[in-house]
Design a protein around this ligand. Structure first.
Ligand SMILES: [Zn+2]
Length: 357
């Protein structure tokens, strides 16, 4: 089968379209024929260097994908064959004390599909059957498939950060950075559906204009001044109830200062930096909290998928690319000149005949 195989660390040249052996399923696994996958920042970060412990080359990236189940490892899984499914990339046992406490990253068998085991940038992927959420969509409906591929990671992470960890309530105020990022766009809609008042942050006039259509009540262009001051001004000097920080780095300190007395910052990611310096009185004097959101749970994933199916959460798509143009799609992600998720279609939508597993 064909796969985008990463054999080293560096620029686009380390990921090549290659002919590799098709996977065969273990007893608890199914084989998924990839129909579409969405790019995530981690895909590109780990092309440059390993980020998640256990990531190694040769590697097939791609955490976010939708596909048709074409084979099953055991007779009991046979009924799944022929279904189209979204894949939860978090692989864990589901029943140990860590899994039950919704901290699957400590599970003895923890892996992430597309990060520490092979993912969706391929014709076929082997995944545990329990990671599949069957969805009602035709295997040739490329528009719906492209949108579905963008649901799992952004939707479940936003659900986790804002609702499960952030406890966002109707009527509360929340800052969500990066209206044009996959996480930001998902977060805005989930927060609005919850009945919150959303302040979103963008950089530059073009993204500000796009963000005006997001439904967020306030759009703040970070490139024109101090966004923390602007948030405080718009809230009568109080600050917001919650900042959903999915970027990390220097933003954490700013996020703290943007919250009210007793306010909270949920930390969901570190794409802008692994380290930061905090002015500690900003944390303890006003009684603010910084909450680490941990891994999202299977329940967070199910909630996001149900919200998408029910129409209360829609993904924002920047562009959709054919399988062979993955390097161009990745370059677009690296350029930061995009708004919404960047999606790549599976090889069955390309002009090159597919092979069989
Ligand atoms: Zn476990």
């Amino acid at each position: 089968m064909r796969a985008w195989l990463q054999t080293g660390f560096g620029g686009p040249e380390v990921r090549r379209l290659s002919e590799v052996a098709a996977p065969s399923p273990a007893a608890d696994e199914v084989i998924v024929r990839v129909l579409a996958f969405a790019l995530n920042r981690l895909d590109v970060l780990q092309r440059h260097e390993p980020v998640v412990p256990g990531m190694a080359v040769p590697h097939v990236a791609g955490m976010d994908f939708v596909g048709e189940i074409v084979a099953a490892g055991a007779d009991a899984l046979r009924p799944l064959v022929g279904s189209v499914a979204l894949i939860d990339p978090v692989v864990s046992c589901g029943h140990c004390e860590y899994c039950l406490a919704e901290t699957p990253t400590y599970c003895a068998i923890f892996q992430t599909i597309g990060s520490t085991r092979d993912g969706g940038m391929a014709e076929f992927v082997a995944v545990p059957a329990r990671n599949c959420s069957v969805v009602e969509v035709a295997a040739d409906d490329r528009d719906t498939l492209a949108r579905l591929a963008a649901v799992p990671v952004a939707g479940a992470t936003a659900w986790r950060g804002l609702l499960s960890a952030g406890k966002l309530q109707a009527g509360e105020t929340v800052v969500i950075p990066g209206a044009g990022s996959g996480l930001g766009a998902a977060g805005i809609q989930i927060a609005l559906a919850q009945g919150a008042e959303v302040f979103t942050l963008v950089s530059g006039e073009a993204k500000r204009l796009l963000a005006e259509t997001s439904g967020a009540q306030h759009v703040i262009d970070r490139s024109t001044g101090d966004w923390v001051e602007k948030v405080r001004e718009l809230t009568g000097g109080k600050g917001v109830d919650l900042v959903w920080d999915h970027v990390g780095g220097r933003f954490v300190g700013q996020a703290l200062r943007a919250t009210r007395t007793g306010g909270r910052v949920v930390l969901s990611g570190t794409t802008d930096g692994l380290d930061t310096v905090l002015h500690l009185p900003d944390l303890y004097q006003p009684g603010r909290s910084i909450i680490g959101h941990g891994s999202y749970s299977r329940a967070d994933m199910a909630s996001a998928v149900a919200a998408f199916a029910g129409g209360s959460f829609e993904v924002v798509i920047d562009s959709v690319w054919p399988f062979e143009q993955l390097p161009e799609a990745e370059a677009k992600l690296e350029s930061n000149d995009f708004y919404g998720k960047i999606v790549v279609l599976g090889p069955s939508f390309s002009l090159v005949p597919e092979t069989t597993p």
